[in-house]
Design a protein around this ligand. Structure first.
Ligand SMILES: NC(=O)c1ccc[n+]([C@@H]2O[C@H](COP(=O)([O-])OP(=O)(O)OC[C@H]3O[C@@H](n4cnc5c(N)ncnc54)[C@H](OP(=O)(O)O)[C@@H]3O)[C@@H](O)[C@H]2O)c1
Length: 231
């Protein structure tokens, strides 16, 4: 299978890339700017199996150019993972919120995945191996809504809606569309106190891509083990 993974230079994106490479898949790993040492090490180890591409998900022309480049070179995709995101304006009250920063979070976390799907969908080999995964968050849940992290929670709730709409759009095409809560992980975003290692989340998400487990959920919003999340 061939994977596209955004935000692959660190955190969960890097671990997803590492795990999928380990299983013998070809990865188109996108980075906003710097590929970073860890991704470079993977490139040295896996050579042609890893293609590193520069994509800032806020820049549609960049997304489009990279999609066209792959299309022109006869490439296809089986799995798209929209992983790149930001968590800004942490713990600010609504009165303190910076609207420019809020707009940036919505642009990266919602419009970013929409830009990726818009331009890369024509490359997706539809059918039983095809998946589109959006890395969501429990912060999107209405049931467990909390005050704070306004742009982040709102952006992930909107991302879940995008997933639902995409699922309807692709109905009958065999594409597995999921919005996955990856768990609270030790990454730059999750911090040191997080209970989970992103490596174990990566294993579970690549298992979902391999359809090792049948996901039975009314909505696309699921936990990293494929079980339903509270909407
Ligand atoms: N960590 C957690 O506990 C947790 C919990 C729930 C959900 N999640 C979700 O899991 C996913 C991965 O999170 P993480 O913890 O690995 O985060 P992270 O360590 O902060 O990494 C975020 C990644 O997103 C990339 N990115 C940000 N803005 C971008 C842009 N405009 N264009 C392209 N790439 C961009 C970053 O690239 P740069 O290096 O260039 O900034 C980086 O590679 C996110 O969707 C996050 O919301 C995480």
């Amino acid at each position: 299978m061939k994977f596209l993974i955004t935000g692959a230079n660190r955190g969960l994106g890097l671990q997803l890339t590492r795990e999928a490479l380990k299983r013998g898949y070809h990865i188109f790993a996108t980075v906003r700017k710097d590929q970073g040492e860890s991704l470079l090490e993977l490139k040295n180890k896996y050579s042609d199996m890893l293609s590193i591409l520069t994509v800032d998900v806020q820049k549609e022309e960049e997304v489009q150019a990279v999609a066209k480049h792959l299309e022109d070179s006869g490439q296809h995709l089986d799995v798209m993972i929209n992983n790149a995101a930001v968590l800004n304006e942490r713990e600010k009250s609504i009165e303190e919120l910076d609207m420019e920063q809020s707009l940036i979070a919505l642009d990266i976390n919602v419009l970013g995945p929409m830009r990726i799907v818009k331009h890369f969908l024509p490359l997706l080999n539809k059918g039983p191996s095809a998946s589109i995964f959006h890395i969501s968050s429990e912060a999107a849940s209405f049931t467990n809504a909390y005050a704070g992290d306004y742009p982040y929670g709102i952006s992930k709730a909107a991302l879940n809606m995008f997933s639902e709409k995409l699922k309807k759009y692709l109905e009958g095409d065999g594409v597995q569309v999921l919005a996955i809560h990856p768990g609270w992980m030790k990454t730059d975003m999750g911090g040191e106190n997080a209970p989970y290692d992103p490596k174990e989340t990566a294993v579970m998400i690549i298992d979902l891509a391999e359809r090792k487990k049948e996901v039975v959920s009314r909505f696309t919003f699921v936990n990293r083990d494929g079980s339903s999340m509270d909407i």
